[in-house]
Design a protein around this ligand. Structure first.
Ligand SMILES: Nc1ncnc2c1ncn2[C@@H]1O[C@H](COP(=O)(O)OP(=O)(O)OP(=O)(O)O)[C@@H](O)[C@H]1O
Ligand SMILES: [Mg+2]
Length: 204
């Protein structure tokens, strides 16, 4: 596999009130062009930290206000938005616009952190189909984070399960989702209400 994205031995530590929190510990993973890699894990396991690290938006690494203003400007939004509280922007609409904007730039990799979670079922289906079509046409890779294993199973080629900042297991749907070996994998799958049995593997 020729890696589009290659992460080797990534450790991320936050400092909060003088206390260090290790959010990611020795993470290594690859994403190939046109591939969807799902990152699964309990709340606080480090999924968003991984997404931010890949996007170069971790606190301290982004040198956080000038870059944010530049990013907002690139998507033709006022830099004033950076100072807005989250409740001052419509949630669902914001996500849809964000996805549309991401797609418009024709990137080689899109990091989607709970990108469809706030959408109602029919809109979610439309957005997922759009993402799948776009991936086929443009060979865009996705790093896809979602709490919804049914959604993840339908969109991802490979899966990584994070547990307290470490990779507990990784592989395809048949191994990681259908027959997880780690305690956390078993717990996550057991907690999912009903899984859509269709996967990317079945289609190929
Ligand atoms: N800005 C921050 N400052 C300090 N600690 C942080 C910060 N962001 C995250 N953390 C801590 O890092 C760990 C991983 O958090 P992260 O947000 O990456 O988890 P997550 O898997 O995305 O969780 P969720 O599913 O709830 O979104 C947690 O212990 C969290 O409290
Ligand atoms: Mg998160």
């Amino acid at each position: 596999m020729t890696a589009l994205l290659s992460i080797h031995d990534l450790t991320v530590t936050y400092r909060r009130d003088g206390v260090e929190v290790t959010a990611l510990k020795n993470i290594s993973l690859d994403v190939a062009a046109g591939e969807s890699l799902a990152v699964i894990g309990e709340s606080g396991s480090g999924k968003s930290t991984l997404a931010l690290a890949i996007a170069g938006l971790l606190p301290g690494s982004a040198r956080i206000e000038g870059r944010i203003a530049a990013l907002l400007q690139r998507v033709e939004l006022s830099a004033d938005l950076a100072g807005r509280a989250i409740h001052e922007i419509s949630g669902g609409q914001r996500q849809r616009v964000a996805i549309a904007r991401a797609i418009a730039t024709k990137p080689s990799l899109i990091v989607l952190d709970e990108a469809v979670s706030a959408l109602d079922v029919s809109v979610r289906g439309q957005i997922l189909q759009l993402l799948l079509d776009l991936q086929r046409e443009e060979r865009i890779a996705y790093l896809f984070i979602s709490h919804d294993l049914g959604v993840i199973r339908a969109i991802a080629h490979r899966f990584v399960i994070l547990d307290a900042g470490r990779i507990a297991e990784s592989g395809n749907a048949r191994t990681v989702i259908d027959a997880p070996r780690s305690a956390i994998g078993k717990a996550l799958v057991a907690a999912a209400p009903r899984l859509n049995r269709t996967s990317r593997q079945d289609a190929s």
